[in-house]
Design a protein around this ligand. Structure first.
Ligand code: TRP
Length: 336
């Protein structure tokens, strides 16, 4: 299916709750666009999800929820491969081999582990520690060349390149693994929390008011945007005046992105206005882009067997590429 030397996109999303506005603007929109020009593989990364304990019933629900989110946002299972990670055993197998290529020193530099493990490092799962090696395995299993990620995943992607290079060198297999390139959206690489403009909008934030879920109703969206943190100054004239106003910048960025404009354009339109007025306009554009997706997710979620069927079809296609590549890896490594 995938020809030699062809560009191939791989990306993964963790099934850890509802997809939110940050996932949509920072990732899904880009995923959808890439389908037009490249072969793409989009994976619900359930093996990554269990690096911190997950209730099995909730995990099952979340895997289907994320799949529904993929489809509702516009991923096309006829064009792209859509599947869940645990259903292709090659991810785990290659991840072990790459654990033996990757270095402890490299792992120790990963900032996301430090953030996630926090003070309780001794009690973090070993899986959480080697999570970036699994991510490298996801990408390299398909010999993917391009990886759309948010900028918080840039370091993990650099690690994947280092691992690919070391594998190629150690086993004298020049160019066996391509070195994957990040595709980071310049316009909006991060959507921030509505409660704290210095933190990324995240599913794991305790406060529901920190994010807009794709399944939020119109009323919920209006309420959350109304409550979103801002400051007391009106909207400024120049972009440079936003440098110490992270919450204001975030809301203006979201508006710009959703209206296909840029920050300058939005400031031209909104300068001098109070945030309360701007927030009404912002709610309107969020509602018109998000609510149809939320409705589609709810519709799709009612038909579990359909979603499972989509994943199964994706698994078959993914397995075909994975097993061929894994066979080559095993030969290179010296397994009999
Ligand atoms: N670690 C990524 C995240 O948390 C998800 C992920 C797993 C991923 N495997 C991947 C992203 C491979 C890109 C490619 O967002």
């Amino acid at each position: 299916m995938v020809k030699k030397n062809q560009k191939l996109v791989f990306s993964g999303v963790q099934p850890t709750g509802n997809l939110h506005l940050g996932n949509y603007l920072g990732a899904m929109k880009n995923f959808v666009d890439l389908q037009k020009t490249m072969s793409c593989i989009y994976c619900v990364v359930d093996l990554h999800a269990i690096t911190t304990f997950k209730n099995p019933t909730e995990l099952r629900g979340n895997i289907l929820d994320t799949t529904a989110g993929f489809l509702a946002c516009g991923l096309d299972f006829n064009k792209s491969i859509i599947f869940n990670q645990s259903s292709v055993s090659g991810h785990s197998e290659l991840s072990w081999i790459l654990n033996c290529v990757s270095r402890v020193g490299w792992m120790n530099r990963m900032t996301q582990f430090k953030e996630k493990a926090g003070k309780n490092k001794e009690n973090a799962s070993v899986g959480l520690y080697v999570y970036p090696n699994l991510m490298a395995a996801d990408i390299l299993l398909y010999k993917a060349t391009h990886v759309p990620v948010g900028d918080d995943q840039k370091q993990h992607l650099e690690l994947a390149r280092d691992i690919a290079q070391k594998f190629n060198n150690d086993f004298k297999s020049v160019n066996f693994f391509p070195l994957p390139e990040p595709l980071i959206q310049k316009k909006l690489s991060r959507v921030m929390s509505l409660r704290d403009g210095t933190k990324k909008m995240s599913k794991s934030d305790d406060s529901n008011y920190s994010r807009i879920d794709l399944k939020d109703t119109k009323d919920e969206i209006r309420k959350k945007i109304k409550k979103a943190k801002t400051d007391s100054s009106p909207i400024p004239e120049k972009v440079s005046d936003l440098s110490n106003r992270p919450e204001a910048l975030n809301l203006l960025n979201i508006y710009s992105f959703l209206t296909n404009s840029n920050l300058e354009g939005t400031l031209n339109l909104m300068q001098g206005k109070d945030f309360s007025k701007f927030k009404e306009a912002l709610s309107d554009v969020i509602i018109s882009s998000i609510c149809p997706i939320g409705e589609e997710i709810n519709k799709l979620k009612k038909d579990k067997s359909y979603l499972i069927k989509i994943l199964k079809e994706g698994t078959l296609k993914a397995s075909e590429i994975a097993s061929k590549n894994l066979k080559e890896v095993k030969e290179i490594v010296g397994f009999v």
